[in-house]
Design a protein around this ligand. Structure first.
Ligand code: MF3
Ligand code: CO
Length: 251
């Protein structure tokens, strides 16, 4: 069941998602060669606690960290460690908080120092695919209009969209209905209505879309070893179109 949010609830989601956006921005500023991902995790956790927010992922289905740090061929759910980032890596940072009963959730992929043209293009196309999806989140549209917009943009760039992980509704739970796939035919699924709050999160692979889960039970890697990128925003459908909630003050 898809729960429509009241203006008061949307205000709360805006606060939680601004916290996430601000923290992701701070983390982005720390990404450079020689930094380890556990440092980024601990910083994310500290910044959240300072703002009175609870890191949302820690303990979620047993996930042991606050941040997901997915480097290069890691698609999502990469676990922070003492391993240092190296010039040329790309890293996706996925973070969520719970504040005043409502969740924030967003992800960005950032370069470590100077990166290849190929890595830059994959990152750019993935970010743009997210915005193509968000554009379709309008009243009277259908859920899979979002999915189709993401997939067609990604495939036109000759990349592939991951199938086994999807976006989701978000509110007083981290994951609510509906699921938001990044692939599929348009014109299907829920009819979009003002007050629907969605976390749209394309995961885009350089080569094939297949993923494997490592023995730790979390780390999802590309089966063919190609690079992968991930961007996520939490947004709300309004009468006036889509509004992104996980954006910093002033964009
Ligand atoms: N943004 C991801 C999601 O919505 C992050 C979840 S990580 C987990 O599924 F550890 F919390 F599962
Ligand atoms: Co999410």
């Amino acid at each position: 069941m898809v729960v429509l949010k009241s203006p008061k609830e949307i205000d709360k989601l805006r606060v939680s998602n601004r916290i996430v956006a601000d923290i992701l921005c701070s983390l982005e500023g720390e990404v450079k060669p020689g930094v380890d991902t556990l440092y980024l995790n601990d910083l994310a956790e500290k910044l959240a606690v300072e703002k009175g927010a609870k890191p949302a992922f820690k303990g979620y289905k047993g996930y042991p960290y606050s941040l997901c740090t997915s480097v290069n061929n890691v698609v999502v759910h990469g676990m922070p460690s003492k391993k240092q980032l190296v010039e040329g890596d790309i890293i996706s940072l996925d973070f969520g908080v719970l504040f005043d009963g409502y969740y924030g959730d967003a992800a960005i992929t950032v370069p470590v120092g100077k990166i290849s043209e190929a890595a830059m293009r994959l990152t750019r196309i993935t970010r743009e695919a997210l915005y193509k999806g968000i554009e379709k989140a309008v009243p009277k549209g259908r859920l899979t209009d979002i999915s189709y917009a993401v997939q067609s943009y990604v495939e036109a760039a000759e990349y592939s969209v991951v199938r086994v992980f999807v976006g989701h509704g978000i509110g007083s739970s981290l994951h609510e209905d509906p699921q938001v796939p990044n692939f599929g035919k348009p014109g299907m699924g829920a009819i979009l209505k003002p007050g629907m709050t969605l976390a749209i999160e394309p995961m885009v692979n350089e080569k094939g879309y297949e993923v494997d889960i490592l023995e730790d039970g979390w780390t999802a890697v590309t089966r063919d070893g190609g690079l992968s990128a991930h961007f996520e925003h939490t947004m709300v459908v309004t009468e006036n179109g889509p509004v992104i909630l996980s954006e910093r003050n002033g964009g």
